[in-house]
Design a protein around this ligand. Structure first.
Ligand code: ADP
Length: 478
């Protein structure tokens, strides 16, 4: 009697166990299967069906190796043999399987041998890590394209100073690979010619500006050097710390090409200057020799003079830009009254009288600066207002006392400029609408202006709203 009770108890527990096993087998979110010693699939759960994309009836009765990608079959078979034939209780392997739709899925496999009613079976859990594989693949491709474009990606935690980066950053910054992990100081200190200090200041002020754009020279080996550009944006790290995310690019080739272009422009504009001066002189002579009574000739000379003026302005811009590049801008500093200077340089600008140039603000202010160069900047601003805002009647020139400095602004109510584009306005050769532009120009005027203002240790900028107008301004320390 007691024996019968024990056997009932055992059977009850056994059934309970089996039911629990079945429940876990079918409900678990991990893909699982049971195979026999011939590697034939006996049972699979819903997660396995979802993973492989086949119906349960299509899978059961087939052999698991049919789904394996060729390159994984040998290693997997060896482990199966060790388990089925040589008594190894379990094994683990990472393999790639083919789904019904032909796509691939990568899984960590864990297989355990078990016996049921005297027969051997194997229970397998398949853990999908395809997302990781895809991530690794895209990481590899990203690294390859970065390497190809001589670029590295980096992220600097502004709170902790921790720097993380892709592989090639050390090489781009001219550091040896063996130097260990790069730190914030490595990113800054590699720049020479004062670049390190300038970069450190830019990084310190990035919480206000929101972005960083910097190019400088780094030493590669011994005396060799190369040019590197850093471009970064302020963002938020995973722990809400402030991070600077950016790229580092070797721009030596672009710099070299720029140098060739600058040399060519410098030589060409110098060579053009002499014949153009002779032509201007000849035109003036013709104007004097031929009487004004001949209206046809008079009109032709006027037209030639207009074109000559344009050519002279363009050559002037090219020569000025070359001068700035070669660091040959020398200032003749003196005290002068700002409204007087404006009067001198702007009275002749709008000969047709289409615009009204209004000087306002603190007109009595004196500037200590190079008067000719400051007039050059104002004329450029005003000429641009006339050129790009032809329908705006009033152009305002406003002088203000701004504490430590004097601010001068030229304000128009023209078409304005998009914020994104206005960031580049002071770059060399930059034109907002370079291809379809109806206005002629070389994109040098604002670059020259900014070099002049920088040389005065002042600041230059623009505030503009599309459809409302633009305010081009500069400041000069008192
Ligand atoms: P350029 O006039 O020769 O193109 P600049 O350096 O003087 O070169 O100006 C750069 C660009 O800035 C111009 O191409 C123009 O698109 C834009 N710009 C300058 N001033 C104004 C303005 N007042 N209103 C609108 N756009 C302007």
């Amino acid at each position: 009697m007691e024996k019968e009770d024990k056997s009932d108890e055992f059977l009850g527990k056994f059934n309970e166990c089996e039911q629990r096993f079945k429940a876990i087998f079918s409900l678990t979110s991990a893909a699982t299967k049971i195979i026999d010693p011939n590697l034939t699939i006996i049972e699979v759960n819903d997660a396995f069906v979802d993973l492989m994309g086949y119906e349960r009836s299509e899978i059961c009765g087939t052999k698991i190796m049919e789904y394996a990608c060729e390159e994984y079959k040998d290693a997997w078979k060896e482990l199966q043999q060790a388990m089925w034939l040589h008594g190894k209780p379990d094994f683990k392997i990472d393999v790639c399987l083919k789904r019904k739709d032909g796509t691939l899925v990568w899984v960590h496999i864990t297989t355990i041998l078990f016996t049921d009613s005297g027969n051997k079976y194997a229970y397998t859990v398949l853990d999908d890590f395809t997302y990781l594989k895809d991530f690794e693949e895209s990481q590899k491709r990203l690294n390859m394209s970065l390497e190809y474009s001589k670029m590295a990606v980096w992220e600097l935690d502004l709170d902790s100073g921790k720097l993380i980066h892709t592989g090639d950053l050390a090489n781009i910054l001219g550091r040896s690979e063996e130097g260990g992990d790069l730190q914030k100081s490595d990113l800054i200190d590699c720049f020479i010619d004062g670049g390190n200090q300038a970069l450190a200041e830019l990084i310190n002020s990035v919480s206000q500006t929101g972005h960083l754009e910097f190019s400088g020279r780094v030493v590669t080996s011994g005396v060799d050097s190369k040019w590197v550009n850093l471009h970064a944006k302020l963002g938020e790290g995973p722990t809400q710390s402030k991070v600077l995310m950016g790229t580092a690019k070797d721009i030596s080739a672009e710099k070299q090409a720029d140098r060739y272009k600058d040399d060519f422009i410098s030589i060409a504009s110098h060579e053009l200057k002499t014949p153009v001066t002779v032509l201007s002189g000849t035109l003036q002579l013709m104007e004097r020799i031929y009487p004004r009574e001949n209206p046809r000739l008079s009109k032709l000379i006027d037209q030639a003079n207009q074109s000559m003026k344009k050519i002279n302005e363009l050559i002037g811009d090219l020569l000025n830009a070359s001068k700035m590049n070669e660091g040959q801008l020398h200032l003749q500093m003196r005290n002068f009254n700002i409204s007087q200077a404006v009067e001198e340089c702007c009275s002749q600008i709008d000969r047709e009288g289409k615009h009204r140039i209004i000087v306002e603000g603190d007109t009595a202010l004196d500037l200590y600066a190079d008067s000719d160069r400051i007039q050059q900047v104002i004329v450029n601003f005003v000429n641009n207002a006339i050129k790009y805002a032809p329908d705006a009647r009033d152009i305002r020139i406003r002088a203000t006392d701004a504490g430590e400095k004097i601010r001068v602004a030229v304000i128009d109510s023209g078409p304005g400029i998009d914020e994104e584009k206005s960031l580049h306005l002071f770059d060399r050769y930059y034109r907002v609408d370079s291809e379809g532009s109806q206005y002629s120009g070389l994109g040098l005027g604002l670059y020259i202006s900014s070099e002049i203002i920088k040389k005065h240790k002042g600041e230059i900028g623009v505030e503009s709203k599309p459809g409302v107008g633009s305010e081009f301004w500069f400041t000069i320390p008192k």
